[in-house]
Structure formats: structure tokens, C-alpha cells
Design a protein around this ligand. Structure first.
Ligand SMILES: *Cc1c(COP(=O)(O)O)cnc(C)c1O
Length: 472
């Protein structure tokens, strides 16, 4: 057995945590056998935008945890609000004709920042559960509209909508589908608007905007194929996050909006990452001028301090369902958990009082964007892209005379991810895209450090790949 934590630090050594973890902890999205041999990184503390390992090493968190710690770490206001709430009422359910002050208040506060026409929230504990909820509610809506045949959802390849069976099915991750026989029935997928990976290679006759239109019109073709009378909804992220921060061409969303306006289908905009300021507006829907009918949310909703998600429901969908459906047979024990609502309220207050959304739009957003985009000058970067505070670099083998990708996709990305942490910066890799999504509280000095460390990481990557013969 490992020794007891020492009185001074209250912590064991990294090796002890790694051993306990390797023996007993099965990690999400992880090759468990591989990690057990390598040993997990042990993060023990965090403050602002900085993580601290159990050994006292400081790392700049370029991913805001997992796209969620929008207000940064160590916010006493949230900690206090949660502690106060837990002393007052740690739990009560919202199933049986009851509510509690934090749930009522948080629902009202969310309606205030929601887009026009959104007045209601169904609380969940995660983004995945929010997408399970939307899958059921959207179908109930069409039943109430007297169109029960409208059951099929259209999602996109390489989209991410969570890890439950419905979330993974709505999403378009081939590896997830392959491993467990998904998607479930009633879900179809169209192509994604990833210009660098799929549009650029179509030849000189295809412009970025032309490609955006092509990919949007796949929705129209799919509706024709299935029959409009059978289509329930289209679901998409404004910017695909886990798919590699895919920022669609400017032509894409207006065309999707046109198609959804002309057809009788619901538009579900998954705001789990883009919501709560990430793209420089409250919602990704504002940034791309999208008019959604339903919005799954999570992540930035509580800045990750307590797990929470939810489904924002427009009046258009809510009214017929409230009128005609009777009971909605759906809910989670912890829907509207008091501590999560208290965290969410405190988080909203910080976003508003510190004007963090405006800050991303007008100050730190443009500041980081300018510097991040310059990384395209590095010989290993084929494209740099960023919107608000969410960005990506596309790693390539060479750029001259033409762009050449790495043969074994994802290997350079994985090496780069590890080198990045060694250089004191958390970046994540998706295939050969390196992605960032830092806290919205990032300072200008921290933005400089982020870009500087990213460049150093790329230099180290070039050395490593040359040594391993992967650049020849
Ligand atoms: C993370 C994510 C989800 C799933 O949220 P969980 O809280 O992990 O269940 C859903 N949609 C998008 C766009 C996400 O990024």
C-alpha cells in the first residue's frame, strides 16, 4: 500500500498516484494498457490559466480543462456559492412538482442570456445527456404537430455530440461507431465543411466558399433522399470542436439556414463548446448568425466546476409540446442539481461582471488571433485558424512545392501533443491538427507565452520527426 499523504502537502508522490491509477482507474477515450505503462500525468492544483502537477511543475492550460473552464481556475465566488448551497440544500429532485431557489433562478438567468425566442431550459448533467434529451424532445414535438413520421435525424461526419449511445450516434466519429455497432437506427450523416482536409484537395476549380456551399447542399440532397416527411431535425456544432476545430467557410451556415428555413425540419445547434463566450459572442449561433430551434449546452455553463448540461428550448418547440404532449417521460435524478445551479449562477455573474464575452470579441480574442495566425509561418504548419478563443494548426509534412500531409495520420499530432506538455503548454491533438481553447480570462502575457511555447513545440517536433525519419 502507498504511504499516507504527508501532513505538509496532503499529497502522495506522483509515482504512488500513477500506481493506484494504473491498477484501478479506467480512463475515458484512453488506451488503458498503454497509459498504465506510461503513467498518467497527475494534475493536483490550478489557478487562473495555470495547472500544477503533483511535482509542482506549472503548465499553461491551452484547453481550459476540456473546453470548459471559461472563467479560469480558482474562482472563490463559485466555490463559495456552491458551499453555501450545499449547506442550505445539497439535493432535492425536480421531478415531482417541486423546484428549489437555485434551479428557478438559474433557469431564469439563462433565459435572459439566451437568443431571442428561447425561454426554457431542461437541465441535464452533461452535454451527452443534453443530446439524448433533444433526440427525444424533437420527436415529441413532431408528434404534437401531427407529423409522427418525422423521426430521422441528420448529423455530420466527424461531428461530436457526446458519448452516450444517442450522443455517439448523432455524432459522426467513425472510430466510435465502429467499436460498438453505431449509429442506432434513425440517424443519417452528411459530409463536414472541413476545407483544409477535404475541400482544398478537390482541385483548383473549387473555392473555399464553393466547397462550403457544396457541403451545405448535402443537407438538401439528404432531405430529398429520405423524404421531408420523414426528417425530424438537422444537428450540428457551429464550429466542430472535438473534430479538430473545424471552422466552416463563410458560405456554409447561411446556406444551411436557407435550407432549414425552406424545409419543415428542426435546426439543433449544439452549443456545448461554442456557448458561453467561446467564439466572442454568447452563442456560436450569434457568431454565425444561425437561428436554432433547440440548443444543447454544457461545458462553459458552470465552467466545469460542477458537472452540468441542459437543453435550451425555443418557444416554437416548447409551446405545442406543453399544449399537447402531457407528461414528457424523461429526466435525470440530478436534473437541476442545486449545487450545479449555484455554480452556474456564480459563473454567469462572473462572465457578465467581467465582460468576458466582450473581452473575447474585442480584446484578447483579436490579440491572440493575430499571433496564432502567424504560426502558419512555421514549416510544419499548413494552416492556422482561430475564431474567438478556439483555434487549430494543421501539421503537414512539407509545404513546398505543394502541401503534403503525413502518411500515418495522427502520429505527428500525438508526438506534438506530448512535446507541447513538455514545453509547459497543454494543446490537444485531433489527428494532425493541434487545437487550443484556453480560458476566456487569458491575459495578453499568457497569450504571448502560449504562442511562444507552441512555436518552440513545433521546432522540437521538427527535430524529433527528422530524427525518427518521418520528415524525409
Ligand atoms: C463535449 C461535447 C459534448 C458532450 O458533452 P459531455 O458533457 O462530455 O457529455 C456534446 N457536444 C459537443 C459539441 C461537445 O463538445
Amino acid at each position: 500500500m502507498p504511504g499516507a499523504p504527508t501532513a505538509q502537502s496532503n499529497l502522495r508522490s506522483a509515482a504512488e498516484y500513477q500506481a493506484m491509477d494504473a491498477a484501478h482507474h479506467w480512463h475515458p477515450f484512453t488506451d488503458t494498457g498503454h497509459l498504465a505503462k506510461k503513467g498518467a500525468r497527475v494534475i493536483a492544483k490550478a489557478k487562473g490559466c495555470w495547472l500544477e502537477t503533483v511535482d509542482g511543475e506549472r503548465i499553461l492550460d491551452g484547453m481550459a480543462g476540456l473546453w470548459c473552464v471559461n472563467v479560469g481556475y480558482g474562482r472563490e465566488e463559485i466555490v463559495e456559492a456552491v458551499a453555501r448551497q450545499m449547506r442550505e440544500l445539497p439535493f432535492y429532485n425536480t421531478f415531482f412538482q417541486t423546484t428549489h431557489p437555485p434551479a428557478a433562478e438559474f433557469a431564469a438567468a439563462l433565459a435572459e442570456v439566451a437568443p431571442e425566442g428561447f425561454n426554457r431550459i431542461f437541465f441535464t448533467n452533461s452535454g451527452s445527456e443534453a443530446n439524448d434529451t433533444v433526440f427525444r424532445l424533437a420527436r415529441v414535438y413532431w408528434d404534437c404537430m401531427g407529423k409522427p413520421s418525422k423521426k430521422i435525424f441528420i448529423g455530420r461526419k466527424n461531428a461530436y455530440h457526446g458519448s452516450t449511445v444517442v450522443g455517439a450516434s448523432l455524432g459522426g466519429m467513425g472510430a466510435m461507431h465502429g467499436q460498438s455497432g453505431l449509429p442506432i437506427e434513425g440517424i443519417e450523416h452528411i459530409g463536414q465543411p472541413w476545407w483544409f482536409g477535404e475541400g482544398r484537395t478537390m482541385g483548383p476549380g473549387v473555392s473555399e466558399d464553393g466547397f462550403g456551399l457544396m457541403r451545405a447542399r448535402e443537407l438538401e440532397a439528404k432531405i430529398e433522399e429520405i423524404g421531408e416527411e420523414n426528417v425530424c431535425a438537422f444537428i450540428a456544432e457551429p464550429i466542430q470542436g472535438a473534430g479538430g476545430v473545424v471552422i466552416p467557410p463563410d458560405s456554409y451556415w447561411p446556406e444551411i439556414q436557407r435550407i432549414c428555413d425552406e424545409r419543415e425540419i428542426l435546426l439543433i445547434v449544439d452549443e456545448v463548446i461554442c456557448g458561453f463566450g467561446r467564439t466572442g459572442n454568447w452563442w456560436g449561433s450569434d457568431t454565425f448568425n444561425i437561428k436554432p430551434d433547440l440548443m444543447p449546452i454544457a461545458k462553459g455553463m458552470t465552467s466545469g466546476y460542477i458537472p452540468m448540461g441542459g437543453l435550451m428550448i425555443s418557444d416554437k418547440v416548447a409551446e405545442p409540446v406543453i399544449d399537447k404532449a402531457g407528461e414528457f417521460f424523461h429526466g435525470y435524478t440530478y436534473s437541476g442539481h442545486p449545487a450545479a445551479c449555484a455554480a452556474g449562477l456564480a459563473n454567469l455573474r462572473i462572465l457578465k461582471e467581467e465582460k468576458l464575452v466582450e473581452r473575447v470579441r474585442d480584446d484578447i480574442g483579436p490579440y491572440l488571433q493575430e499571433r496564432w495566425l502567424k504560426l502558419v509561418d512555421h514549416p510544419l504548419v499548413g494552416e492556422a485558424r482561430i475564431r474567438g478563443l478556439v483555434g487549430a494548426l494543421e501539421l503537414v509534412k512539407r509545404k513546398e512545392p505543394t502541401i503534403e500531409m503525413f502518411e500515418e495520420r495522427g502520429r505527428a499530432g500525438e508526438i506534438c501533443r506530448d512535446l507541447s506538455v513538455e514545453h509547459g503548454l497543454v494543446m490537444r491533438h485531433v489527428g494532425d491538427a493541434m487545437i487550443i481553447s484556453p480560458p476566456l480570462t487569458l491575459s495578453e502575457g499568457e497569450a504571448d507565452v502560449l504562442v511562444e511555447r507552441a512555436w518552440q513545440t513545433l521546432d522540437a517536433l521538427a527535430d524529433r520527426l527528422t530524427r525518427d525519419g518521418l520528415l524525409s
